[in-house]
Design a protein around this ligand. Sequence first.
Ligand code: AMP
Ligand code: FE
Ligand code: FE
Ligand code: ZN
Length: 285
Amino acid sequence: MRIDLHCHSTASDGTDTPGELVRNAAAAGLDVVALTDHDTTRGYGEAVAALPEGLTLVTGAELSCRVDGVSLHLLAYLFDPEEPALLAERELVRDDRVPRAQGMVARLNALGVPVTWEQVERIAAGGSVGRPHVASALVELGVVPTVNDAFTEQWLADGGRAYAPKHETDPFEAIRLVKDAGGVTVFAHPAAAKRGRTVPEATIAKMAAAGLDGIEVDHMDHDADTRTRLRGLARDLGLLVTGSSDYHGSRKTVALGEYTTDPEVYGEIIRRATGAFPVPGTGGA
Ligand code: AMP
Ligand code: FE
Ligand code: FE
Ligand code: ZN
């Protein structure tokens, strides 16, 4: 069984539509794929409608959080997408991404870059708008050669010249909201240092005590030593260990299924979830 529990579509900053994503996941030989767009569940309908036979869809989202001034991502799986409290918080974060991206456009303009909000809006194409869309605009303008190159102090990295913060949820609140909506939480790429500051182990321990279910260990942003350390931490804290691609289509180099999750861990995640069930593919549209 090949299980990839972290993927993005055009509902946020991926480049595959949800339909393309599930077809590509089947073509990549996956048995289970999770759709985890940033702060939105808007891709679900299209993914379910296109889901090929033999592929199971785990619905989810990647929630933007911040604690002690450090941004972090919390993967949430199989929560009830209609549950009002979590829905309200998700919409708050997602909607705040618009003025925030406009703020980054203004900063770029002040730095002499002729990017426009219309350009970013066209690239985001209705998806939950984020820095990768602004980065793609910078690539279009020839300011940087690749999306990755926009994530520097000079441009869009945390605290960079054109960076603007967005509303982010306290992770303890997010864990509670997801639990109350019947979902399961996994701390995404907890030690991805190249993305900026990371939270200390003591905070992960507190999150575990608050009901965090697992941590994502096998991820392209973790080197071998980091994975070993995180596995030890998970063992000490009684946390599940996942692995996933964090696929973003052509906005990242990672392939679908490049990192995967143990079937036993997947089994535990679906056992714990009460908000939604994995969706078996029926052939698709
Ligand atoms: P946002 O949620 O709008 O602040 O953007 C965060 C997203 O930008 C992440 O989910 C990644 O897709 C991408 N990202 C963050 N850091 C980097 C980086 N160093 N290189 C490339 N992409 C990054
Ligand atoms: Fe992303
Ligand atoms: Fe992330
Ligand atoms: Zn992600």
